[in-house]
Design a binder for this molecule. Sequence first.
Ligand code: ATP
Ligand code: MG
Ligand code: MG
Ligand code: MG
Length: 565
Amino acid sequence: MSPVQRPLRLSQSMLTTLRDDPADAETPGHRLLVRAGYVRRSSAGVWTWLPLGKKVLDNVARVVREEMDAIGGQEVLLPALLPREPYEASGRWTEYGDLLFRLRDRKGAEYLLGPTHEEVFTLTAKDQCASYKDLPVTLYQIQTKYRDEARPRSGVLRGREFLMKDAYSFDLDDEGLAESYRRHREAYLRIFERLGLDHRVVSAVSGAMGGSASEEFLAPAAAGEDTFADCPRCDYAANTEAVTTVAEAADPAAHGPLEELDTPDTPTIDTLAAHLDVPASAVLKNVLVKIDGEIVAIGVPGDREVDLGRIAERLAPAEVELVTADDFASHPDLVRGYVGPQKLPVPYWADPRVAPGTAWITGANRPGTHARNVVCGRDFTVDRYLDAVVVEPGDPCPRCGTGLRLGRAFEIGHIFQLGRKYTDVFGFDVLGPEGKPVRVTMGCYGIGVSRAVAALAEQTHDAHGLCWPREIAPADVHIVVAGKAVQAELADALTARLSAAGVRVLLDDRAGVSAGVKFADAELIGVPALLTVGRGAPDGRVELKDRRTGEREELSVDAAVERIL
Ligand code: ATP
Ligand code: MG
Ligand code: MG
Ligand code: MG
């Protein structure tokens, strides 16, 4: 336990709790974070962390920092304000499309607010490391990221400004990278364990990052945006975004030349629906994707523009049927086709088994492009296939045959073996042991620090409020003064004693607030131990309640202190 702590006295603190749910709150955890006075909305997807929220956020950051340091990570802080050039060089200035916040300085030079930092970390390491003796190296930062998400939702779960821990490993060879990846994976498991987050590791699609091996860490929660499958018997788990196919190039000669058509705007579900002459409701929400009548993916669009494109992109070139979850009715004319000419970022999930056609390329990565006659093997190549097709509950587990379960979750972490994608772009070589230059290989590893707070709130709340694990909670114990002078005096003495012993105390010593309101606020705030100094105070007795189990005990002051330490 750390040395003397300063207690948090509510009589001297800024804290406003709300009786009622905020109108715009979509998930239970988010509602409670707002009601309990942890966060306040500033603008769409941009949040202020109030005193209690800042403590929890700092606690998560501390755990992440300790575990990153433990695997030899070196903390740095790169700018959030970045010049265009490196992102131009990697192609992401274009590829990220509307997701980027772009701005100009007074001289007209173009900048962006960093959505993720592969480019600038590569340049930083290139600047600092010249010889194989300088490797391996892992750099990380805990920093504010900016993404103009099409649909920021659920409070800090999906912000447009959010806190991420991003780490980057640099190694001399593939074995080195595999080892760095393994160490990060282990560190992530320790982090989520310490945070008290229920989590699953699943194989993942790699999105705009590119590269090869990649896993996601998911936090199961009813309000989750991702769908994953897991096996109740063995440890198999996969994101349903991951799709199995067999790579087999289509015959390029059988198709017409590649045509690229410009569309005036980024197609949305509405424009797509209009084009296909179907109601927009037919393409919304939970979209099942079928190939040849077989369901191969479930898309749960977090935002309307991006996901339809992602689904088409992932499965193309393929005859794709999009069906609403409501009736699973078939709309055979909805989308037929394939996407992904080589000039555009290559889709990893192309399925060349099915005849090509036409599809929309949409979303943040491909603004306003609509391509026709794209042929696998000619217009693009397939980098890799992921190894799971999981769609319906009860489908057999690929490993042990047991019926799979489907669940909802939030992505809280993501690790990639990037390989040489960025070191190639920036020509990052070091002098090898044989005196020849060696191209460095790279991994990247992200954790949503602010999202982890929200995911914890989603997982641990109950009907009365939040319910933090001790390591993350804004305090170790919440003392409620329920009474007058005797109670106040005893509570003060207890607070002094606990604080001196290194316990983080939140003391509700507000005057003119009823005990009932104080109890309700205590449950809402969710500190794990609740100590009431009430009727028993004259006899030196207090009540200790476990916030999570609801168990109460009347104890002497000494016994209560003992219990809390
Ligand atoms: P998502 O699929 O939820 O959009 P992502 O795959 O785009 O996330 P990454 O690029 O992998 O996110 O970033 C690493 C981590 O940053 C994610 O695992 C997630 O925890 C967090 N994160 C990403 N976007 C946001 C956001 N808008 N708000 C809060 N946290 C985010
Ligand atoms: Mg995203
Ligand atoms: Mg993701
Ligand atoms: Mg990700």
